[in-house]
Design a protein around this ligand. Structure first.
Ligand SMILES: [Zn+2]
Ligand SMILES: [Zn+2]
Length: 332
């Protein structure tokens, strides 16, 4: 049987085509996605900043949908159930997985990257990585649970909590979600962003956005304990490293491939700490984020600026790669 799918035929060329409908194997479920988000990682593959294994390639990993069929041995889910997928399938047996650091598992498999993605009429996912969501949360909230988990992981690593002040550089989807999750925890967020529209969205989430050319003084005065860089531009990493206050921690979430630099003397003398934060830990982070959205504590759909139909996926990718809007969803 055939199904409709979005094919990335070459760099920058995406459109609707046909492929074989997948079958749920043992331990897997067949899902019909209803909404899917376009992620920064989809864009970097679409634009050729990262290479795909071969063309045509199917992108997409942020979905909400319904279970269509159960593979052999699946007892935890039922047909018709509304679900989201945690789209990084960790191996579960390597030393990182076994020590609770599955986010850096070297053998993880990722739909849209190393496996066929989810911009399709149907897709399969392991039941272990498929999470039920209630009928009472919106499609847009459910479809943005995955990027929220990415932001949540970095916030959790920082240990920032009630009454703390953190600095955020970059107010794209991940930056805005980090601000949202932090502010819900009672953390004060000082946000920096050159795009006025994104900065206004950060303010909408409750971040403070002072105009300052001297971040070092501002952050020191404000008592910043953690700095998050979400931009994927090495110049802002330089900035974060140069301006981070004494004793603070710096978390990098952006995926720049260019060099960044810092002065070791200050770094050592002022006891700075530098961390990389990639995706989320399975299953702890995802289960917590599903619960926070389910209970209405967090509303990640507030970052969604545009929703386009599946047939207009080429326009959706053009819009998402224009650098303006925070998040583009596709109605499948
Ligand atoms: Zn994503
Ligand atoms: Zn592993």
């Amino acid at each position: 049987m055939k199904m409709k799918t979005a094919l990335l035929r070459s760099v920058g060329d995406i459109g609707i085509g046909e492929t074989a409908k997948p079958v749920a194997g043992a331990g897997e479920v067949l899902i019909r996605p209803t909404f899917a988000g376009i992620c920064g990682s989809d864009l970097s593959l679409f634009l050729g900043h990262r290479a795909v294994a071969s063309f045509p390639h199917v992108l997409g990993h942020e979905i909400v949908g319904r279970v269509e069929a159960l593979g052999e041995g699946v007892t935890t889910l039922s047909v018709g159930q509304r679900v989201v997928v945690e789209p990084n399938y960790t191996c579960g047996v390597c030393r990182f997985c076994r020590s609770g650091r599955g986010n850096i598992c070297q053998d993880k498999r990722s739909p849209g990257v190393t496996l066929p993605g989810f911009f399709s009429e149907f897709c399969v996912a392991p039941a272990e990585f498929t999470w039920p969501v209630g009928e009472d949360i919106s499609d847009a909230d459910a479809a943005t649970i995955e990027p929220l988990a990415v932001a949540f992981h970095a916030l959790k690593m920082s240990g920032a909590g009630l009454g703390d002040t953190v600095a955020l550089i970059g107010c794209g989807a991940i930056g805005l979600l980090l601000a949202h999750a932090a502010i819900a925890e009672g953390v004060r967020v000082i946000a920096h962003e050159t795009n006025a529209e994104k900065l206004a969205m950060a303010r909408g989430f409750g971040a403070v956005t002072p105009a300052s050319n001297d971040l070092a003084t501002l952050w020191k005065t404000e008592g910043v304990t953690a700095v998050f860089d979400t931009t994927g531009v090495s110049a802002t990493v330089d900035l974060a490293l140069a301006a981070a206050p004494r004793g603070s921690e710096i978390f990098l979430l952006g995926l720049s491939t260019n060099n960044a630099s810092f002065v070791p003397l200050r770094f050592v003398r002022e006891g700075l700490k530098l961390f990389g934060s990639i995706i989320y830990d399975h299953p702890a982070d995802f289960s917590k984020v599903v619960s926070l959205v389910q209970r209405g504590v967090l509303k990640p759909s507030r970052i969604v600026t545009d929703t386009l139909p599946f047939d207009g996926i080429d326009r959706a990718f053009a819009l998402a790669s224009s650098g303006g809007p925070a998040k583009v969803l596709v109605k499948m």
